[in-house]
Design a protein around this ligand. Structure first.
Ligand code: KIV
Length: 271
């Protein structure tokens, strides 16, 4: 019997049951009330309040500038809209690396002030201490390995990660370390499909991929990308389900034309 069909509220346990039952997990990013309401009503399993808000909502080049207060603002807006999905909130850059006490305070602020259900953190064994401390407070943690955008200045580029054996082996070790620490799931970003499938087999927690092929337990995309709102972001892994850039442009042009011509508002559209 299908797990996700019988669930009123998605929890971390539901995601584990879905993996155990070979059901794929669907996840999308969300940053605001109105969009989150539509995504949740459509039946998504997980909404990630990603620090990609830094790019798509605020127009920054990287995810680094977004602050904890800004993440909490986005997450609280999403939580107010959601009835079914699990809401996972990204811990922003600088709020957990290197200091596990600060990491715990960050996670507690996110949970208390946004009402989110879990946090996500980028990195492997180097952040295990922070992850463990957060878990002891009863806060579920999702890991994130492969291309980790908060480390973009270390990588220097957004190309596919872990193509070489050494980095691939390190990634597998990191995934096992995250599982052993108690993470409930891991995002794998932009790594070879074969490697991602191997990780999904070798660890028992759900693996969610983005640009990591189809051999994993679920998929995540940035909602603005899959709706085609971003005209100039076209990586190979992205499937665009709409061309909202074009459709919205046409709607805006029509409105501007109607205002200029005096066609809007008409008699029925006034009091
Ligand atoms: O911030 C984000 O949107 C993410 C996804 C790309 C997984 O971390």
């Amino acid at each position: 019997m299908s797990v996700h069909k019988n669930v009123k509220r998605v929890t971390t346990h539901v995601l584990q049951e879905m993996k155990d039952n070979n059901e794929k997990i669907s996840m999308l990013t969300g940053y605001d009330f109105s969009m989150a309401k539509i995504i949740d009503s459509a039946g998504i399993d997980v909404i990630l309040v990603g620090d990609s808000a830094s790019n798509v909502m605020a127009g920054h080049e990287t995810t680094l500038p977004i602050t904890l207060d800004q993440m909490i603002y986005h997450a609280a807006s999403v939580v107010r809209a959601v009835e079914r999905a699990l809401v996972v909130v990204d811990m922003p850059f600088g709020s957990y690396q290197g200091n596990s006490k600060e990491a715990l305070s960050t996670a507690i602020r996110i949970m208390k002030e946004s009402g989110g259900h879990a946090v996500k953190m980028e990195g492997g064994q180097e952040i295990i201490e922070s992850i463990s401390r957060i878990l002891t407070a009863g806060i579920p943690v999702m890991g994130h390995l492969g291309l980790t955008p908060q480390s973009i200045y270390k990588f220097g580029t957004y190309v596919v990660r872990a193509k070489q054996e050494e980095e691939a082996n390190r990634l597998i070790e990191d995934a096992k370390a995250l599982e052993a620490a108690g993470c409930f799931s891991i995002v794998l970003e932009k790594i070879p499909a074969e490697l991602a499938a191997r990780v999904a087999k070798e660890v028992s927690i759900p693996i969610i991929g983005i640009g990591a092929g189809n051999g994993v337990d679920g998929q995540v995309l940035v909602v603005h990308d899959m709706l085609g709102i971003n005209n100039d972001f076209n990586p190979r892994f992205l499937r665009k389900y709409h061309n909202l850039y074009e459709e919205m442009t046409n709607a805006f042009k029509q409105y501007i034309g109607d205002v200029r011509s005096g066609d809007f508002p008409n008699e029925k559209e006034q009091y």
